[in-house]
Ligand binder design. Structure first.
Ligand code: PEP
Ligand code: MG
Length: 598
């Protein structure tokens, strides 16, 4: 693959230059930049090998189909009301798509061996150029329609896997990355990821940590500083991107002993017990989506899978696995976790992931029709999933978690659906298991009604990633508000404590499965508030285990009492850092307390 972007387009700085970033997955990655996604990819020509052409044409055809469906839906919507002119515009867009425009793009990909984005851009430029030469204004303005259609095609293309091939020394730079895109990319073992968007609790950051892949986010306009192929160091410990590093700088990073380890703990873990210094037992579980990962988690001390994010089975929008495919996946993860069991969370996705209503764009997707709401609004996929889980649970330890619960009534409604699927399977003589039912507590309303919710379920899961997001009204995926995403905000501490009291009253256990549980920085606070059951990324287990087994519960309680006096999260963070340096420094991964990484 080669890039033909002219160097004169770019303000390049060949000297070493440092850009601040948000460290979201620990480690150091050194390699050559490969740009992916979005605007910058559109203006790059990628020269493909002959064997890549077929896949590239498939991508283009898939994008063409999506765009056509979108336009048909919009024009029929607008035709039925008073927006006649809108319907006309989208009708014109459809005509463009169905004209020789698309054919020319396909031919260009085949003849020139280039990526679909470049072909769209080139053909659309040719059309626009021709159109702007027309003398009548009305016709001349039609070039806007061509640009509009091209943008729609490019946006649709973003949804389909790319044919970009990366190498083991590639550093992937993208506007943002979905977990499924990361799963594709890791096949070629890139050395690090850089994104413009995303916070510490974004799903892509969580996955990068699980894969031990250094990652930073919040780096904007990288293409203004660099060309594809330029050398870069990604410092996922201190949060920095070093462009065009000198040989000396690179050698300095290569010499770092534990930099490449996610946990920051070198060598095999000590035989730390699962008990605090003053004898309080705690349970560690793993957040695992791949069955093969569980053995590592178990070796490190995990006892069961506390969170299986079933939506990772949906690789593309609309590609919902069948009941049998899900049954296999759930059986495999249950086999891997054995007697210690797995808690399967039902699809925690927005309507866009189901691929229906392609023209329906939600203004606030994280507040929209998603998770349990989607399951209850149209239970088709929910019923399929529950059947697959019930069947897979036969003779196995599988429990069910319902995501984004906002009140007890949703549990009651979900239970009715579960009961009806159970009854049907029994009637059909199919073997099923008896999963326990749990609720994710991650919305403010669930915190405030935790007492009622707890009475309707067998267990609770505290999803601190979303809890912080919804409680503080801060988008967890937006690094621009990362400073407002405050895990130690007094409201968060109080909310967690509320939930623990409610669970205790109802006599149900609570597992904390958000990233807070996997952070050595925060986990002692959770212990002090009363948490005894922690579920985390496989690469956090050793560090958390070392910390919890090296401190006493009484110290953790005292810490919580002290930080509860502060009005701001910042004061609490500073207090904790100082305390850790003074008393527990040896229990933290090397350089952890100095870094910005949590
Ligand atoms: C959470 O919200 O804390 C959680 C564990 O789930 P997710 O990160 O998948 O939203
Ligand atoms: Mg969540």
């Amino acid at each position: 693959m080669t890039e033909t972007k002219s160097a004169s387009d770019i303000i390049r700085a060949k000297r070493e230059q440092r850009l601040p970033a948000l460290a979201v997955s620990r480690g150091i990655g050194i390699g050559k930049i490969v740009f992916l996604h979005g605007e910058r990819r559109r203006y790059f020509r990628l020269d493909l090998d002959t064997e890549q052409i077929e896949a590239e044409l498939e991508r283009f055809k898939a994008a063409l189909k999506t765009s056509t469906l979108q336009l048909r839906a919009i024009s029929s919507d607008t035709a039925s009301d008073s927006r006649q002119s809108a319907s006309g515009i989208f009708g014109v867009h459809l005509l463009i798509l169905e004209s020789s425009f698309a054919e020319k793009i396909e031919t260009f990909i085949k003849k020139e061996h280039v990526n679909a984005e470049w072909a769209i851009k080139t053909i659309s430029d040719q059309y626009v150029e021709r159109q702007t030469r027309v003398t009548e204004t009305d016709f001349r303005d039609k070039y806007l329609d061509i640009e509009d259609v091209s943008t729609r095609l490019l946006n649709a293309l973003d949804k389909f896997q790319e044919t970009i091939h990366t190498h083991s020394d590639s550093v992937i730079a993208a506007r943002d990355l979905t977990p499924s895109a990361i799963m594709e990319l890791v096949k070629n073992k890139p050395s690090a990821l850089i994104t413009e968007q995303g916070g510490w609790t974004s799903h892509s950051s969580i996955l990068a940590r699980e894969l031990n892949l250094p990652m930073v986010s919040g780096v904007r306009n990288l293409e203004h500083y660099m060309l594809a192929g330029d050398r870069v160091v990604v410092d996922g410990i201190n949060g920095e991107v070093i462009l065009n590093p000198s040989d000396e700088t690179v050698a300095g990073f290569q010499a770092l002993p534990v930099a490449h380890s996610q946990s920051g703990i070198s060598g095999s873990s000590r035989a730390e017990s699962l008990m605090t210094m003053d004898g309080t037992r705690f349970v560690l579980r793993a957040n695992v989506d791949q069955p093969e990962t569980y053995q590592t988690a178990k070796n490190r001390g995990a006892r069961g899978i506390g969170l299986y994010r079933s939506e990772t089975l949906i690789r593309q929008p609309g590609a919902i696995p069948s009941e049998d495919q899900q049954f296999e996946a759930y059986k495999n993860i249950a086999d891997a976790s054995g007697e210690q069991g797995v808690k399967i969370r039902t699809f925690d996705v927005g309507i866009d992931r189901f691929g229906s209503a392609p023209h329906w764009i939600e203004r606030n997707p994280s507040l929209g029709l998603r998770a349990i709401r989607l399951s209850l609004a149209d239970p088709t996929h929910f019923r399929t999933q529950l059947r697959a889980i019930l069947r897979a649970a036969f003779g196995k330890k599988i429990d069910i978690i319902l995501p984004m619960i906002s009140g007890a009534d949703e549990i009651v409604r979900a239970k009715m659906i579960l009961d009806s699927e159970r009854a049907d399977l029994i009637k059909a003589g199919i073997d099923i298991g008896d999963p326990q039912l749990g609720a994710m507590i991650e919305t403010p309303s669930a915190v405030l009604t935790a007492f009622e919710i707890a009475k309707h379920v067998d267990f609770l899961c505290l999803g601190t990633n979303d809890l912080v997001q919804y409680l503080l009204a801060v988008d967890r995926d937006n690094d621009a508000v990362a400073d407002w995403y405050q895990t130690l905000h007094p409201a968060v501490i109080r909310a967690i404590s509320n939930v623990l009291v409610a669970a205790q009253n109802a006599g149900v256990p609570v597992t904390v499965c958000g990233e807070m549980a996997g952070s050595p920085f925060y986990v002692s606070v959770l212990l002090g508030i009363g948490v005894r059951d922690f579920s985390m990324n496989v690469n956090s287990i050793q560090a958390v285990r070392r910390l919890l087994s090296g401190i006493s519960l009484s110290d953790a309680v005292a810490l919580v009492v002290n930080i509860s006096k502060f009005l701001t999260a910042e004061e609490a963070e500073n207090y904790l850092r100082e305390y850790y340096f003074k008393h527990w420094a040896a229990l933290f991964p090397a350089d952890f307390l100095d870094s910005r990484f949590r």
